[in-house]
Ligand binder design. Structure first.
Ligand SMILES: [Zn+2]
Ligand SMILES: [Zn+2]
Length: 494
């Protein structure tokens, strides 16, 4: 029998030859599924004039009709954007982790925890040529573009953060910073020591300095709650009011690590956020209370979703100037903590998101693609196009060459996201882009996992190339440093 992890999601689309609304909907289905979901979503198309039996079985009374796992999710034509949103949110709801993946996640996190500790201790370096700290903007833009995809994303980030808190590096660092935490049998005492350890974790110290924030204070502590105020937290130091809290991942992580330390259920809510008009971020951690499982936020109506998406595009656009000022050292985003964070802040996020459920690779790819199309650095790209004397849309070969120039430009290297880059022509329609010392995976070497991890970057390349060549290419990571290779290799095809 197939497990939830292996059984594909079934999508049936009912059409007919005369249906005018069907072709556009079908092309969106192909687009969404085609961006990496082929292996997990099985699509069939049924012409109701040919297969009358199936049509009557599902009581089809409008065309097109989309059925996902025997449930009708769409009837009749809709606007492209609405169809895309609908597919995303429905498919997301069908994807959940199995126990087996959870074991893999644990062992993967253990591996990167060991590597990161050596790097944070300065006993080894994961990226000899560029160093183990990368610019804060990469992290922020990753989060912003993921948030932009769907109102459900913050919830998924919380869930991923929760896993990371339970199995990841944070628990280890807390025990190292406050060794008595692990030796205190009395729960009440241990909870108060947890508060102290968290203050140290978020402080900008000499040892174990991930530079994730500038500092933290427990502003209020009771027997079962901690109110933790964190200043200059990396995810929220954007310098713009985003309109919603941006630290869902950290909130999840705080809940998860509390579970690991206290051995009891815990939850965490971000009550104030620097990215949402606050002067700092305030987290309320609760234990021992009638435990409420975080519920999915209600699906907003279509207009609200469109407005939200538009808002995120504007935020991503507005950050361009702020990021540029920071990279060129004109104005820091974080005056105290500085603008570079350790790669161990980002890598576990990629691992937990990728392994959280079957669709997250696709999510990461889409987030990257949005950023490739809308994100900062486009001015440089256009300048390179001008310098080459091309105007308008270029061929794939020229596009790859421009992308290479872009990736190796000194300005692109300021954020220290990766080391050496190579581009190789395989044949007229296929190219490889090779990346060394990629911040997402350097030193991860999770060899027991047959997975690649740089979906976000693959999507980003696809987005950047789309601007240049006028159509979306297929970009697939075929080798990844994250599972033991020397480099990451991305295959680009038209
Ligand atoms: Zn925040
Ligand atoms: Zn990779």
């Amino acid at each position: 029998m197939s497990t939830p992890e292996t059984s594909p999601i079934r999508l049936i689309m009912f059409t007919s030859k005369d249906c005018v609304y069907c072709p556009p909907v079908e092309s969106i289905v192909r687009e969404v599924i085609g961006s990496g979901m082929q292996e997990i979503v099985h699509v069939s198309t049924i012409d109701i004039d040919v297969d009358k039996e199936s049509a009557s079985q599902y009581h089809i009374n409008a065309l097109p009709t989309l059925v996902i796992n025997d449930e009708i999710v769409l009837e009749g034509g809709m606007e492209d954007e609405a169809v895309r949103d609908l597919l995303w949110s429905t498919l997301l709801n069908y994807a959940f982790t199995s126990g087996e993946t959870e074991e893999l996640m644990k062992s993967a996190l253990l591996t990167i925890t060991m590597n990161s500790i050596d790097s944070l201790n300065n006993t080894s370096i994961l990226r000899p040529s560029v160093g183990d700290y990368a610019h804060i903007s990469t992290y922020q833009l990753n989060l912003l573009s993921l948030y932009s995809l769907d109102p459900l994303i913050p919830h998924f980030l919380y869930r991923a953060g929760y896993k990371l808190g339970m199995y990841g590096i944070m628990h280890h660092i807390l025990l190292t910073l406050n060794p008595s935490l692990g030796r205190t049998p009395k729960r009440k005492m241990r909870f108060s020591k947890l508060g102290k350890a968290l203050e140290l974790y978020f402080s900008n110290r000499e040892i174990y300095s991930t530079k994730i924030a500038h500092g933290a204070h427990v502003v209020e502590q009771t027997e079962n709650t901690i109110h933790l105020k964190v200043s200059e937290l990396a995810s929220s130091s954007i310098g713009i009011d985003v309109g919603e809290p941006m630290c869902g991942f950290t909130a999840g992580q705080l809940a998860g690590v509390t579970v690991a330390v206290m051995g009891t259920d815990a939850s965490c809510e971000e009550q104030i956020c620097l990215a949402n008009g606050g002067d700092f971020c305030l987290f309320k951690i609760s234990i021992d209370q009638a435990f409420k499982k975080p519920t999915l936020p209600p699906l907003e109506d279509k207009d609200e979703r469109t407005i939200r998406k538009q808002n995120f595009y504007e935020v991503i656009h507005e950050t361009t100037k702020i990021i540029e000022d920071s990279l060129l050292m004109r104005k820091a985003q974080r005056h105290n903590a500085g603008d570079f964070i350790h790669i161990s802040v980002i890598q576990p996020i990629i691992i937990t998101l990728k392994l959280l459920d079957r669709l997250s690779g696709v999510l990461l790819y889409s987030g990257g693609r949005e950023l490739g199309i809308f994100g900062s650095g486009k001015n440089l790209l256009y300048r390179l196009v001008e310098e080459k004397g091309s105007n308008g849309i270029v061929s794939l070969e020229e596009g790859i060459s421009l992308l290479y120039d872009y990736l190796t430009h000194p300005t692109s290297h300021l954020s220290r996201d990766y080391g050496r880059v190579r581009s190789i022509k395989i044949d007229e329609k296929t190219y490889h882009i090779e990346i060394e010392e990629n911040l997402y995976v350097s030193g991860m070497n999770v060899t027991n996992l047959d997975k690649t991890f740089c979906d976000f970057q693959a999507g980003f390349f696809a987005g950047r190339l789309q601007i240049l060549i006028g159509t979306e290419p297929q970009v697939k990571e075929i080798k990844c440093q994250g599972n033991g290779n020397d480099i990451c290799i991305f295959e680009v095809k038209i």
